[in-house]
Design a protein around this ligand. Structure first.
Ligand code: GTP
Ligand code: MG
Length: 177
């Protein structure tokens, strides 16, 4: 909490389960490989990291939820920290919820989604790792996500190819206006 910026610039938050690709999305949007640390080890990002972009707004990399190997007390710390951030942060301009395009959204994904809806947050769904699916499989998976998250804007993304980058940037620009 004491390390959160106090300059009032707007913030774009990246939310989703551990290993879903939050740090990779952030790096891919900025076309900077090593800015936010990515890893094969789930739970890599363990605190809230703020990245000042163009001196005008922040990307906020939140720790992933639902990482089975962290202790119970750490898991509830995540919940507390993230919920405190999401509910209290006046600068929060847009929440980007990431879901893995290869899977049906998990219980925790749905909980977060309901929370964003209930609290009337401005949010966007990004389906990650789409390069791992054929286009037929992707169409099928996006339908599954749409069923669970109706009326949400869903963007297919690949941090590997940069697919979806322009669409995500447009949504961010609109939120920052
Ligand atoms: P935590 O910080 O642990 O919460 O994880 P995270 O959500 O930040 O995930 P991260 O960006 O570290 O990515 C996890 C793994 O998925 C890494 O091995 C990435 O290289 C891989 N990955 C992320 N996005 C993509 C993608 O679009 N395509 C492919 N093929 N791999 C991806
Ligand atoms: Mg991360």
């Amino acid at each position: 909490m004491q390390h959160w910026p106090i300059d009032g610039r707007p913030e774009i938050a990246f939310l989703g389960r551990s290993n879903v690709g939050k740090s990779s999305l952030l790096n891919s949007l900025l076309q900077r490989k090593g800015l936010a640390r990515t890893s094969n080890t789930p739970g890599r990002t363990q605190s809230i990291n703020f990245f000042l972009i163009n001196e005008s707004f922040y990307f906020v990399d939140l720790p992933g939820y639902g990482f089975a190997k962290v202790s119970k007390s750490m898991r509830s710390d995540w919940g507390k920290m993230a919920e405190e951030y999401l509910s209290q942060r006046e600068q929060l301009a847009l929440s980007i919820q990431l879901v893995d395009s290869r899977h049906k959204p998990s219980q925790l994904d749905l909980q977060l989604h309901e929370w964003l809806e209930f609290n009337q947050k401005d949010y966007l769904i990004v389906a990650t790792k789409t390069d791992k699916l054929s286009s037929n499989e992707l169409t099928k998976q996006i339908r599954l996500i749409e069923t669970d998250m109706p009326e949400s804007k869903i963007i297919s993304y690949s941090a590997q190819s940069g697919k979806g980058r322009d669409s995500v940037w447009s949504a961010i620009a609109a939120a920052l206006k």
